[in-house]
Design a protein around this ligand. Structure first.
Ligand SMILES: [Fe+2]
Ligand SMILES: [Fe+2]
Length: 271
């Protein structure tokens, strides 16, 4: 288990008047993805089949991710009593399954797998930091602060194993860039959009583009420049580049401009 539990959350301080309905929709989606932690932990245990130390770490990590799903799901149910987190999780995993019958990482190497995990934890730690700063609802703020700290700790954990495996596998900078870029592009893959759909839609059929845009439109507007700069520094560090150099600043500026532009375009389209 993690270093906090659901009992540490000040549930009685919930203030429904401060809940943004759009944020509620994204929280419902995030709660389903986090709840899927056991499958991801199993996948990592399969890939690192002869490394019991890392398998133990992966299992504990999976439990912490599930706890994130539980905390967010409970918050969403308190705000919206019609939302059934367990049912929505079932619906989500019926339509989206992590491929578990593997012995090799989909990234090609174990270092690639660990690097991809660092990219994911960068994304989640930035997301919950941004969300925690954006919301005025005290319980959600308290949950996001705890989750953001966990995600940053997860990043450091995977980074320490990445360094260890890189000493054995020696994958070059270009390969590391390829894996990192591949994982970044996947952040717009089916998982999040399907979670958004499974959590919020009951009648319509799934449409990847539609729900991906709906999710992105709500989430991209939460980020501020400092979140992107910090996230880019974490990505640079994981890839093996200087996290505080000029290249990092330039990449952060480009990423910020891209997100800003995309958020504006999606908002115009939705209007
Ligand atoms: Fe998480
Ligand atoms: Fe995490």
């Amino acid at each position: 288990m993690g270093i906090w539990t659901l009992d540490d959350i000040p549930w009685s301080e919930l203030d429904r008047s401060k809940v943004d309905p759009e944020i509620l929709r994204t929280i419902k989606a995030a709660s389903l993805v986090e709840q899927n932690g056991a499958d991801y932990a199993q996948y990592l245990c399969n890939v690192f089949y002869d490394d019991p130390e890392f398998q133990e770490v992966a299992r504990r990590w999976g439990e912490e991710e599930i706890q994130h799903g539980q905390a967010l799901g409970r918050w969403a149910m308190l705000v919206d009593p019609d939302f059934d987190h367990a049912k929505a999780s079932e619906r989500f995993t019926r339509g989206f399954r992590v491929k578990l019958d593997v012995r090799d990482s989909v990234r090609g190497t174990r270092s690639g797998e660990l690097l991809a995990r660092c990219i994911v934890e960068t994304g989640t730690s930035s997301y919950y930091t941004a969300l925690g700063e954006a919301t005025d609802e005290p319980v959600l703020k308290a949950i996001c602060q705890r989750i953001a700290a966990d995600e940053f700790r997860h990043y450091k954990l995977f980074y320490s194993y990445l360094k260890r495996y890189l000493r054995r596998e020696h994958i070059g900078l270009w390969e590391r860039l390829r894996v990192a870029a591949g994982r970044l592009v996947e952040s717009e893959d089916e998982e999040l959009s399907y979670a958004y759909y499974a959590a919020n839609e009951n009648a319509a059929a799934f449409d990847h583009r539609r729900y991906n845009n709906a999710y992105a439109q709500r989430v991209y507007t939460l980020y501020r420049k400092h979140h992107i700069e910090r996230g880019m520094a974490m990505i640079f560090k994981a890839v093996g580049l200087k996290p505080n150099g000029r290249l990092n600043l330039l990449a952060a500026r480009i990423a910020w401009a891209f997100m800003h532009h995309r958020a504006e375009r999606l908002e115009r389209r939705a209007a």
